[in-house]
Write a new protein. Structure first.
Length: 380
């Protein structure tokens, strides 16, 4: 493996965020983001439309953002195509990607990942880019209506690429430096380069995480009978195993049911779901990926949620009481460790963005893009 020369730039005191502390909303609140009231915007690049759960974001002191990313243009246009190599540096290094339709190719720190519906990735401040995505060819309005799933079935894989993405704080408020621009990427070498940098801000033990939706760890396990959730059929839980790689910042689960008369979910036939993680979050977020669900708040008020709706609530403020058939719900539990983090100041954000590729302090060229040490090994 060829080692490139290391560089030691002057960072001017921007190694860690020094802004205001992040505070979760610990009151008994409930905020709903209805998909029928949402809009999609090409905020960062023309082929990707973003739909944000802004009501939950603002109600939770702007501590955590959940949004959907929908690919809407073909990859072969001159203004679309693969992205550059870049970083996201949210507080805690937390960035979750859960693919819900289509197929993507991502390069994480010099290794390729070919991913489809149900693939979950925690990037944790790693140099990456998106190389490929599928596009259905449908007009925008129809494209945004195509089904989503956490199961890699053939129909959902054939749609335009979509994923759910989550950050601690808002992407516009933290650094997102470009490391290698589009025009400077050399496919025979640059794409295999793993990069290290000192701007982590990650809790101890946090790191890159990838869960294959068809791995043994991703099997759906039966919800205990005493959980108090009604459904016409059995309810199952998939643990995304986010707690450890996020540094005890966020837990993640998929709550799901099969279509009537079918067995779609890859299940464990013996194990029961472990519900202990559901009690650790100070704030819970639920996004209905497909199907429907009903919730009740601390005052007994009912909330009916449809596909792509999001509900955000404080601890013990909301209960899931019913899950419809053929339903999949993403549940994220925001843990107290988030409050150990600080926000980036605007000046820090601009300074880090301006550093670009100078952030990199070590490089290693992999022999092949599918080989080498685990992703993120230069960060340890």
């Amino acid at each position: 493996m060829n080692e490139h020369a290391s560089i030691s730039p002057k960072f001017g005191g921007v190694l860690h965020p020094s802004g205001e502390p992040i505070r979760l909303n610990r009151q008994k609140f409930v905020a709903v983001d209805r998909h029928v009231e949402s809009d999609y915007r090409a905020t960062y690049r023309p082929q990707a439309l973003y739909s944000r759960a802004d009501n939950g974001f603002h109600a939770n002191n702007e501590a955590f953002l959940l949004h959907e990313v929908a690919t809407n243009l073909p990859i072969y246009r001159p203004d679309t195509g693969p992205t550059d190599f870049h970083l996201h540096l949210p507080p805690g290094g937390f960035q979750l990607v859960l693919v819900t339709s289509g197929v993507f190719t991502f390069d994480y720190d010099g290794r390729l990942f070919y991913v489809g519906p149900g693939a979950a990735m925690l990037q944790s401040a790693i140099v990456h880019r998106q190389l490929f995505y599928t596009w259905s060819g449908l007009p925008t309005e129809e494209n945004l209506k195509t089904g989503q799933s956490c199961i890699p079935d053939a129909l959902t894989m054939g749609y335009s690429g979509k994923f759910i993405e989550a950050f601690i704080t808002d992407p516009t408020t933290f650094p997102n430096p470009s490391i290698v621009g589009d025009c400077d990427i050399v496919e025979s070498e640059t794409s295999r380069t793993a990069c290290a940098h000192p701007l982590h801000d990650r809790p101890d033990g946090a790191g890159f995480w990838y869960q294959d939706p068809l791995s043994l760890a991703a099997l759906y396990k039966a919800l205990p009978a005493d959980a108090g959730v009604r459904s016409d059929g059995p309810v199952h839980i998939r643990d995304l195993e986010l707690e450890a790689p996020s540094g005890q910042l966020v837990s993640g689960h998929i709550i799901a049911t099969d279509p009537r008369g079918q067995s779609l979910l890859p299940k464990s036939t013996t194990a029961m779901a472990d519900m202990t993680a559901f009690a650790t979050g100070e704030v819970a977020m639920f996004r209905v990926i497909r199907g429907s669900a009903e919730f009740k708040d601390f005052d007994g008020k009912a909330y009916e949620l449809a596909t792509s709706d999001v509900i955000t609530a404080g601890k013990n403020a909301l209960d899931l009481v019913r899950v419809g058939e053929d339903t999949q719900i993403l549940r994220l539990g925001l843990m107290a460790g988030i409050e150990n983090l600080r926000r980036w100041t605007p000046a820090q954000r601009d300074e880090v963005d301006a550093l670009g590729g100078k952030i990199i302090t070590q490089r290693a060229l992999r022999p092949l893009r599918t080989e080498g040490k685990p992703v993120g090994y230069l960060y340890s």
